[in-house]
Design a protein around this ligand. Structure first.
Ligand code: NAG
Ligand code: NAG
Ligand code: NAG
Ligand code: NAG
Ligand code: NAG
Length: 407
């Protein structure tokens, strides 16, 4: 009898263990989309209801295939929200939040509430929401978020509400998307502000940064990316850059540098050297310079020669084009018949040497002249020196008197 009860208990325990395991499996929910055993009983109506009343049936909350895995996605695309109020009641199992095409303008403090309710959240897509201002305390409890997308917003940099700590709670962030994220005309201050943000946000794990379409023509602060020690891919396509004005030597993990559709007319020797330092450190780096505004001609020769021998991988190197005098595009080819680099360098060096020699001759001549005319000069200068001496004496007497009077 006792034995029977014991075995019954054992069986119950095993049953519980199995159930518990199943539940764990569901929490882990990394079932990929090819999983044939995966079935969903949800339809659009149930998905809308599932979000809860605060979402007013405007969103879809369901487990769907996202990024190749079945994940719990809350999708509020073009839902017409004017604020982030509903997000305080985000279903606690949410893994992916898509909140795009709404009109938010300003993100208040703690958009996900003050409690740590959404530990599974991995992806936040808040692109295209006309967001102007993000408060330093807007994003809390996002310690497991790996991807943040703020593309196509109107973030303001110059306003008083400049919050360098906006991303400081994203301690696990791997990807940051800021394509066309800033208001127009803010490009000048962008580098400085970005650097300040990166310094204050400790995005130590970040591997991908997207900054396309931001009208960036330069970085006033060359070390803008130096606080992103693990950056692999830096996307700067569709900007106005003409050279590598930013410090790359601090990016020890860099793998891909996207500079498509910028404003390079040539590539400076300095930039080629910087790129070659990666190769020297055995760092395999790919650079994409497609569709820039290269000008055909002698100035492009160093770049063309460099491409033939460098270990840096130049993407689509055989399809690069330059613009001819007549405005036509043609494929890159070394221009023959240029006065070679060596001649031009030695030419400028020759001028410098000539100027130095001439200056020395001039100085010598003046000295000789002064020496030869020294007697005459002495006569002429004697009265002047004397009068100066006198004046000095008078003024010292005067100040001495003044001091006595003061006492
Ligand atoms: C959605 O599913 C629910 C319950 O499974 C069912 O009652 C409802 O009729 C379904 N709606 C549609 C439109 O299929
Ligand atoms: C989110 O919803 C929109 C429309 O409601 C749809 O077009 C889009 O594909 C959805 N996104 C995902 C990832 O399901
Ligand atoms: C670039 O970064 C490296 C490493 O952080 C630093 O040593 C160097 O001085 C920087 N260069 C410039 C021009 O700021
Ligand atoms: C780069 O790799 C080569 C051969 O694989 C090796 O000889 C050289 O020491 C490496 N250089 C550095 C800086 O690691
Ligand atoms: C090179 O320059 C010389 C004169 O400077 C000219 O006669 C010749 O045609 C040029 N050759 C080419 C291929 O342009």
């Amino acid at each position: 009898m006792i034995y029977k009860m014991f075995s019954y208990r054992m069986e119950m325990n095993i049953l519980w263990l199995i159930l518990f395991g199943l539940a764990l499996g569901q929490i882990d929910d990394s079932s990929d989309c090819d999983d044939k055993n995966w079935h969903s009983l949800e339809n659009e109506t149930t998905a809308r209801n599932e979000c809860g009343p605060v979402f007013e049936n405007r969103c879809l909350c369901s487990r769907i295939c996202y990024d190749g895995r079945h994940q719990y996605v809350v999708n509020c695309t073009d839902a017409g929200f004017r604020d982030t109020q509903p997000l305080e009641n985000l279903p606690s199992k949410t893994q992916v939040l898509i909140f795009t095409g709404n009109r938010l303008e300003k993100l208040p403090w703690n958009i996900f509430g003050t409690l740590d309710r959404i530990p599974s959240l991995r992806v936040i897509d808040m692109s295209n929401n006309r967001i102007r201002e993000i408060h330093g305390k807007s994003y809390h409890h996002v310690q497991n978020v790996q991807r943040l997308n703020l593309d196509y917003n109107e973030l303001s940099l110059n306003s008083q509400g400049n919050h360098p700590r906006v991303f400081s709670n994203f301690v696990s962030l791997l990807q940051l998307h800021l394509t066309d994220a800033f208001e127009d005309g803010s490009a000048d201050d962008l580098a400085e502000t970005l650097h300040e943000i990166f310094v204050n946000s400790h995005l130590d794990r970040l591997i991908k940064l997207h900054l396309e379409q931001n009208e960036i023509s330069g970085f006033r602060d060359p070390n803008v990316f130096c606080n992103l020690p693990n950056l692999l891919d830096l996307h700067l396509g569709d900007n106005q850059l003409t050279s590598l004005q930013f410090n790359l030597s601090c990016l020890h993990q860099l793998r891909f540098l996207d500079l498509q559709r910028n404003a390079f007319t040539k590539v400076q020797d300095r930039d080629l050297k910087i790129l070659d330092t990666f190769a020297k450190h055995n760092q395999s780096v790919t650079i994409d310079l497609s569709n820039n505004k290269f000008e055909c001609g002698c100035k492009l020769n160093p770049f063309i020669k460099w491409m033939k021998k460098t270990k840096i991988i130049v993407r689509n190197k055989n399809y690069l084009e330059c613009i001819n005098h007549d405005g036509h595009r043609k494929s890159l080819q070394e221009t023959k018949n240029c006065s070679s680099n060596f001649v031009s360098i030695s030419g400028t060096r020759g001028t410098t040497v000539a100027i130095i020699i001439l200056t020395i001759i001039l100085v010598t001549l003046i000295c000789a002249l002064v020496y030869l005319q020294r007697a005459e000069l002495k006569n002429k200068l004697a009265p002047v020196i004397e009068s100066v001496n006198k004046r000095v004496r008078y003024t010292s007497i005067a100040t001495g008197e003044a001091r006595e009077n003061d006492v």
